[in-house]
Unconditional design. Structure first.
Length: 360
């Protein structure tokens, strides 16, 4: 009996040891996350057409923003990211694809890409991803202002193609990629491709991050575009943080006769001042200047083009994963591109907004 008990004890220990060794094998990495946002906006001019930026095209209305669901899975050297969005915000983000962005049930594949860790310092990705250009992002919970800047609204939203992310050192990174024309997941009538690149400087020992971004190529209409973009952040202390975004974009219609080709451009510059008084309460002031003298974007119907100065003040109150954002915004244009409720033109518009954003 004693021998039998000893044998069972040894067998039991062996089974436990085998089970523990199996459990310690690296398991596939799996992560699921998501977010949702809703808002109310009142335009002091009394109409919804005054909004010239993305996602907040409403007046005196409670609105649904976007529901997002993101799934990430990785095993050994391979990984996949699938990021889906539902709602009007998703429809506007993927404006080149049906259904219409006016449909509140619009759905968009915001990101879908497969990656392979070629070496310790080089990762290849194939698919569609949020653009590397700019400071702001499509997901509301990742921005401190709820309304969007002009630079975000008229720059690229996403790129589809292949890219290589390269770690140059502990503080230097780079990215190079070949993409479809901007904001297109599929092209059938165009053989042109865009080239994108990024150089990042983010030393762990200092609170500064710098990114130089580039994008160029011909769109489906034969318009050659070059865009240079700079993003910088600096955390001054526990309370004060600064962010900056500057971008310059040029256009040239290559289908026109050479003697008739005229280069056009737009550019913008924005400063973000972030104050976190506690871990629950923060304030962000965004000041932006957007120049469109050639009428490429906002001032297409204005002879001689124009410019806009916009100021946005947003309070962030955090209760766990929920963020409440009261916001006040004023836009002043060099021409009367806004309109009062009685139809009178105006060069100034102002908005009061209240948003609730949740993420997990």
């Amino acid at each position: 009996m004693k021998r039998m008990l000893t044998t069972l004890f040894v067998m039991g220990n062996s089974f436990v040891a085998w089970s523990q060794s199996s459990d310690t094998l690296p398991a596939p990495a799996f992560k699921i996350s998501g977010s949702a946002d809703v808002y109310y906006k009142y335009n002091l001019n009394g109409n919804y057409t005054d909004n010239k930026t993305s996602f907040t095209n409403s007046h005196n209305s409670f609105e649904l923003g976007m529901v997002s669901l993101k799934v990430e899975h990785g095993f050994k050297k391979g990984s996949i990211v699938a990021d889906l969005g539902f709602g009007k915000r998703a429809g506007e983000f993927s404006y080149n694809e049906p259904p219409s962005p006016s449909n509140g049930l619009s759905m968009a594949i915001k990101q879908l890409y497969v990656s392979y860790q070629l070496t310790e310092k080089v990762k290849l990705s194939l698919g569609s991803y949020a653009t590397h250009v700019g400071y702001e992002l499509v997901d509301a919970y990742l921005n401190r202002n709820y309304s969007m800047s002009y630079m975000f609204s008229y720059g690229p939203f996403f790129n589809t193609g292949v890219k290589a992310d390269i770690t140059l050192s502990s503080s230097l990174s780079a990215m190079v990629g070949v993409f479809n024309p901007t904001d297109l997941k599929s092209v059938t009538l165009n053989s042109h491709k865009y080239i994108g690149a990024q150089l990042g400087f983010a030393p762990a020992e200092t609170p500064i991050k710098l990114y130089l971004n580039y994008l160029e190529g011909k769109d489906t209409l034969g318009v050659q575009n070059h865009q240079v973009d700079v993003v910088a952040t600096y955390q001054v202390n526990n309370v004060l943080g600064l962010g900056y975004n500057g971008t310059y974009s040029t256009y040239l219609n290559t289908r026109a006769p050479k003697e008739d080709r005229n280069s056009a451009n737009w550019w913008g510059s924005a400063l973000y001042v972030n104050c976190d008084f506690t871990n629950k309460v923060g304030l962000t002031l965004r000041g932006e200047y957007f120049s469109d003298k050639d009428g490429v974007k906002v001032f297409g119907a204005v002879p001689g083009g124009g410019s806009v100065v916009a100021g946005t003040l947003s309070l962030n109150y955090k209760a766990g994963n929920l963020t409440i954002i009261p916001e006040f915004r004023v836009d002043k244009a060099s021409a009367d591109i806004f309109q009062k409720s009685d139809g009178a033109p105006s060069g100034v518009t102002a908005n009061v907004l209240f948003a609730a954003v949740y993420h997990f």
